[in-house]
Design a binder for this molecule. Structure first.
Ligand code: SF4
Length: 196
């Protein structure tokens, strides 16, 4: 269990104090998400679609990643489509499957993402601090995902479905090639390799 702030035997903040700061930071970032004519949930959908691969751009995958309902995501998507930031089409492979894409305006919109301010602050922290923070946050995020049994999205590196062949990489889920740039995108079908 995390120790109370008074249990400290040095000047560094207690684990609970750090957790409280993280919560406040999250709250402030959410407030900052009322910007550019959008609300925080709509910015979250835009960010997700910019990072998601071909297997992960359905309304259901968006809802799972954001930990919300399909109904809530549908409302956000309707607004984003009306504003010309997102398009919707049916998959060529399966007509029942809806695929979402960012439009050029959607990508341009993300250049004014309110989260850019925090990204700038992170840049200013310097390489070593930033790398340690990234490692620590990944660990904490993974633990919270496990605790809440939340959806675990990942990228091709370390995925049990990735196949390496003489002609390049492919995915065992849809049997399609995986280009180098796609390996970095978020995937809803990611499966952790055994023993990883
Ligand atoms: S290899 Fe894994 S992470 Fe990559 S596209 Fe296939 S299922 Fe997704």
């Amino acid at each position: 269990m995390a120790k109370d702030a008074r249990d400290n035997d040095d000047d560094s903040p207690s684990a609970l104090e750090i957790a409280t700061r993280l919560e406040r930071l999250g709250r402030l970032l959410r407030q900052a998400g009322h910007a550019g004519g959008l609300v925080p949930a709509q910015w979250e959908v835009l960010r997700y679609l910019a990072r998601a691969n071909r297997l992960s751009r359905s309304p259901g995958a968006v809802a799972r990643y954001l930990g919300t309902t399909k109904g809530t995501v549908s409302q956000s998507l309707l607004t984003l489509q009306r504003k010309g930031l997102v398009t919707r089409r049916t998959s060529a492979a399966d007509e029942r499957q809806v695929l979402l894409d960012l439009t050029e305006s959607g990508r341009a919109k993300l250049t004014s993402d309110p989260l850019q301010a925090l990204a700038g602050d992170l840049d200013n922290l310097g390489g070593k601090t930033r790398r340690r923070l990234a490692r620590g946050l990944s660990e904490l995020l993974g633990q919270e995902i496990t605790r809440q049994k939340a959806a675990r999205f990942g990228t091709c590196e370390g995925c049990a479905h990735l196949r390496e062949g003489r002609d390049g990489s492919s995915c065992a889920v849809d049997k399609a090639p995986v280009a180098a740039a796609e390996r970095l995108l978020l995937c809803a079908s990611f499966a952790l390799e055994k023993g990883a």
